[in-house]
Design a protein around this ligand. Structure first.
Ligand code: SF4
Length: 158
């Protein structure tokens, strides 16, 4: 979901509709902002603070949501398994796929994850919040990707 560099907005084609291109495959697609996310979409873009973020990503509290979920491109459908990215400065330094496995080349982050985070229940909001506190305390910026349904309770990200 933080794949802004993979999605280019070509032009706005309607009040909530945008013609876009996947920059890697060059495939074009039409993005439609969903009714339930219109007010969220009107908020400042995540790209203002995270230039590599997708133009359709919006922050909602501690989490980030795709505002065009039903019309997201094939690239996003194929790579949905990313649940969280860890950023440091402007760089992405880690990716959480699956339940607990963090993929990173940052040795300090890897040690931090194994020592203090891997045992947490990241399916649960409190577990994610504790992981975020630990990461932020060490100078990292966790970016969680959850679906709207996950925000209604303690249901985990898929
Ligand atoms: S899933 Fe949505 S927010 Fe994430 S990169 Fe794709 S279009 Fe953007």
């Amino acid at each position: 979901m933080g794949s802004g560099r993979y999605i280019a907005v070509l032009k706005q084609t309607g009040p909530r509709e945008y013609r876009c291109r996947e920059t890697i495959t060059r495939r074009e697609f039409t993005a439609r902002v969903e009714d339930r996310h219109l007010s969220l979409f009107a908020r400042p873009s995540v790209q203002w603070t995270h230039p590599a973020a997708c133009p359709f990503l919006r922050q909602d509290g501690e989490t980030y949501l795709c505002t065009i979920r039903a019309s997201r491109p094939p690239f996003c459908r194929e790579y949905r398994c990313v649940r969280m990215r860890v950023e440091k400065g402007a760089a992405a330094v880690g990716e959480l796929r699956g339940k607990t496995g963090l993929k990173t080349k940052d040795a300090a982050l890897s040690a931090l994850w194994e020592g203090r985070i891997a045992h947490l229940d990241l399916q649960d909001r409190e577990g994610r919040a504790e992981a975020a506190r630990i990461l932020e305390g060490a100078g990292y910026d966790p970016v969680w990707y959850v679906e709207a349904e996950d925000l209604t309770g303690t249901a985990p990200p898929s």
